[in-house]
Design a protein around this ligand. Structure first.
Ligand code: HEM
Length: 544
């Protein structure tokens, strides 16, 4: 009744096959799931507990915690060490704990760490692959960084000020309507959603030259598409888990990180704006115009040679974009990177800042006084220079980014052998040679919340960043990363965030709303630090 087979000169019945398969699976489990976990013991380096297959990141694998939360846990489990080994699944990695080593890796010794573990598939993710700074390394990264950096200079920020100012005016007008018609306890608002709509409008106007109005209409298509990119859904959580933590897996799965409808929407937006400006002969002084110029000069092509490269320069028009998808994607990628990198991170900053102000009325009052004084000194108008001159606002924003750094951790991949001293302390013999390809993790959230570095770390205290305190201390502070790979958009992020905070605080009184409990619960599904249950506050008119 049961069939048998002959293999290696022996007769195999179903039971033999079953038992042999079990043994083979068990050996594979030992070889691939357990043996790699002895790596740090064999090297004599202290390490964090690791489970078979899932390594030290089991909670992340089950989506119970984000990678940032897991690195934070590991940081606090290993006091006194300069660094420790851990396993992301079965891959050995290093968690750097010592602020001096961290600073060296990011700055002085960056040439040893200009590799990149992140990769997107060129076929499935044709827009970003080979074009986004986050995904590039070595020479290509350096060339694109040099090309894009002038677009984020202080001068450029000053020229963007009126455009973002208009969007912050819309935010204020929208809230005025809501607060005026609210009940006596005030207008209850989830800051997370509102601030995301504000930064969407701001990014749309600066990076695409579009008026988007999602503050008033949350369902407008630009907002829907932007939201789809980073929404904390189960699908996105799994997708980001694969992209950031298991990039090798996508070589087989070939998942689109940016879905086709989102890609095609943003390609069309770019095409239409280029064509419109060409038709009208308009040359605005915005970031998008800068991208058009770079594209015309062939400078956005970092992976391949630009087309039409002749002695008189490139004769390219909107029609070139229509006919050549690669050229269109050169612009789309850079404009779209504003959406992926710029709106969620900044909205997180604004939302947490306003949330903390609601919970710290004295800080709120002091900030309001500064804003009023600076505006008064400028004949009642808010100018770019007046905003830059608000020292206390800068302290409040710094403290928000310390407590809530949107990117909770950073990674760097070793590209050239590098020596780390003994992990147990100063002056001891024996350290570790990091080999090419080894990834080191910097637990930003942990460092920002370490009482040895920032006393009473859970207290929202902008005074830590007063000019005197800042001068005295050289504490580690990494909300935008550091070194040559530091966030390219930090000036823009600070500008749009400060404008939003000023617009709200100068007009409304903020107070806590019981829907959001303190301390907040971090959302493990979110790619940047976020509160799981929103960030609710009440807003009232100041004179009420
Ligand atoms: C509060 C807002 C923001 C925060 C907290 C933030 C944070 C960061 C961090 C931590 C990094 C990694 C730095 C490193 O590895 O050392 C980064 C990189 C980057 N950010 Fe931001 N960012 C913000 C806003 C923006 C905005 C508005 C843009 C606009 C385009 C932007 C574009 C980028 C890009 C392109 C990179 C990659 C840089 C490179 O690899 O050379 N970011 N950001």
């Amino acid at each position: 009744m049961f069939c048998t087979m002959t293999f290696l000169g022996m007769q195999w019945g179903p039971l033999d096959i079953f038992i042999t398969t079990l043994i083979a699976l068990f050996l594979a489990f030992l070889w691939y799931g357990i043996a790699p976990l002895t790596y740090w013991r064999r090297k004599g380096i202290p390490s964090v507990f690791a489970l078979p297959v899932l390594g030290s990141t089991a909670k992340m694998a089950f989506l119970l915690k984000s990678f940032g939360q897991v690195t934070n846990d590991m940081y606090f489990q290993t006091p006194g060490k300069k660094y420790v080994g851990y396993h992301k699944f079965t891959l050995p990695m290093i968690l750097l704990r010592d602020p001096d080593i961290v600073k060296n890796v990011l700055n002085r010794d960056f040439v040893h760490f200009d590799g990149n573990e992140l990769k997107m598939d060129e076929v499935t993710d044709d827009v970003f692959s080979g074009r986004h700074l986050f995904l590039l390394s070595g020479e290509k990264w350096k060339r694109l960084r040099v090309v894009l950096s002038p677009g984020f200079s202080s001068g450029k920020m000053k020229s963007m000020f009126p455009t973002i100012g208009e969007v912050s005016g819309n935010l204020r007008a929208f809230l005025t309507e809501k607060v005026d018609s609210a009940v006596e306890s005030g207008y209850a608002v989830d800051l997370k959603d509102l601030c995301a709509r504000y930064t969407t409008d701001s990014v749309a106007s600066v990076a695409f030259g579009l008026q988007c109005d999602s503050i008033y209409d949350p369902e407008v298509e630009f907002r829907r598409m932007g939201r789809k990119l980073l929404e904390p859904t189960l699908f996105n959580a799994i997708m980001f888990l694969i992209m950031f933590e298991m990039p090798w897996l996508n070589r087989f799965l070939k998942i689109n990180f940016i879905s086709k409808d989102v890609t095609s929407f943003f390609r069309n937006v770019v095409l239409n704006v280029v064509a419109k400006r060409e038709e009208d002969g308009t040359k605005l002084n915005d970031y998008f115009q800068g991208l058009i110029q770079l594209w015309k000069e062939g400078k956005l092509r970092v992976s391949e040679k630009p087309i039409d490269d002749g002695p008189d320069g490139r004769h390219v028009t909107a029609d070139t974009l229509r006919k050549n998808l690669k050229e269109l994607d050169d612009i789309t990628a850079q404009a779209l990177s504003f959406v992926t990198d710029g709106f969620e991170t900044s909205s997180t900053l604004i939302a947490f800042c306003l949330f903390e102000l609601a919970h710290n009325p004295k800080v709120q009052e002091k900030l309001r006084k500064e804003i009023e004084a600076k505006i008064r000194q400028n004949d009642g108008t808010l100018t770019y220079d007046a905003l830059q001159d608000m020292t206390y606002l800068d302290m409040v924003i710094h403290e928000t980014l310390r407590m809530y750094p949107p990117g909770m951790s950073l990674n760097r991949m070793c590209s050239k052998r590098y020596y780390l001293p003994n992990p147990e302390g100063e002056g001891l013999d024996g350290g570790l040679w990091l080999e090419e390809g080894m990834v080191v993790t910097i637990p930003v959230y942990g460092l920002h919340h370490d009482p040895e570095i920032y006393p009473d770390p859970e207290k929202f205290d902008p005074e830590r960043f007063s000019p005197d305190n800042k001068r005295d201390k050289q504490a580690i502070y990494l909300p935008f990363g550091d070194g040559p790979k530091m966030c390219i958009g930090s000036r823009f992020a600070l500008l749009q965030s400060k404008l939003a905070v000023v617009s709200v605080v100068s007009r409304f009184q903020l107070s806590p709303n019981e829907k959001t409990k303190v301390p907040i619960t971090i959302d493990p599904f979110h790619v940047v630090l976020n509160s799981k249950y929103g960030l609710w506050v009440n807003m009232k008119n100041l004179k009420q």
